[in-house]
Design a binder for this molecule. Sequence first.
Ligand SMILES: NC(=O)C1=CN([C@@H]2O[C@H](COP(=O)(O)OP(=O)(O)OC[C@H]3O[C@@H](n4cnc5c(N)ncnc54)[C@H](OP(=O)(O)O)[C@@H]3O)[C@@H](O)[C@H]2O)C=CC1
Ligand SMILES: CC(=O)[C@H](N)C(=O)O
Length: 262
Amino acid sequence: MADTPTVLITGASSGIGATYAERFARRGHNLLLVARNKARLEALSARLREETGVTIDILPADVTNSDELAAVETRLRDDRQIGILVNNAGASLEGTFVDQAANDIAQLIALNATAVARLASAVAPRFIEAGSGAIINISSVVGLAPEFGMSVYGATKAFVTFLSQGLSLELGPKGIYVQAVLPAATRTELWELVGIDVNTLQGVMEVGELVDAALAGFDKREPVTIPPLHDAAQWDAYQAARQTMIPGFAQVHAAERYRSAS
Ligand SMILES: NC(=O)C1=CN([C@@H]2O[C@H](COP(=O)(O)OP(=O)(O)OC[C@H]3O[C@@H](n4cnc5c(N)ncnc54)[C@H](OP(=O)(O)O)[C@@H]3O)[C@@H](O)[C@H]2O)C=CC1
Ligand SMILES: CC(=O)[C@H](N)C(=O)O
């Protein structure tokens, strides 16, 4: 695969995805930009072509629509220039669980989880064949914290982090780099779309700083990058605590505390 492969970015019309587009274009990568808003993709690609000279295609698509998602999957399967997938398209949902309509929950899962897994699934066999490639999945610290009260959104992001860690273990030995990026609150339009004024929040990161930090993690080939986490040892301790349980899971008998019922 080329040293500067083409990068396919979902959700490239604004926020984190648009910033990845700009940063990868400045690194000399050609781009394939995916989102629903064609006019925005055209405006961004015209500006970045002018500023960087790279080749930029757009593929307007709603990744929750099966036909449109299939077009993106086909491009990932067939276009041998694409060597990096940035699975970034995503949204949040207003309200608490009981306020959220079942159809909106299903739609969020389709966007934040199903599309992420399907697009990774579309590209992975070709990357394995090439022995190289990278998949960047944009997750969230919310997926680590049910305490934040965003149960469905957080569950989709826990899925993305788990999927990324699993794929890193499965595909890493085949030459493929998989990165989960876990931002915390970042200044983008996502907040406005769920009726929250981002200016009322504390500790909000600017999107350029977030993506630059995520790319520093990418360059180090970190499996999990958490730009706002200052104490990296906390993540290491969390992983170590989880891994400590694993050897004990295979048991013929239930734990003592569950044995008194009959
Ligand atoms: N901002 C934050 O605080 C945080 C964000 N994240 C994650 O970062 C990612 C990017 O979000 P962010 O940049 O903040 O938000 P934005 O709302 O700015 O960007 C979301 C992007 O996803 C695209 N998108 C939304 N729905 C669809 C769809 N059905 N099909 C295709 N594209 C779609 C939007 O484009 P269009 O409308 O043109 O389709 C847009 O380009 C998300 O996965 C989000 O969960 C994680 C942690 C914190
Ligand atoms: C809705 C949010 O809380 C935000 N997108 C995040 O993931 O931090």
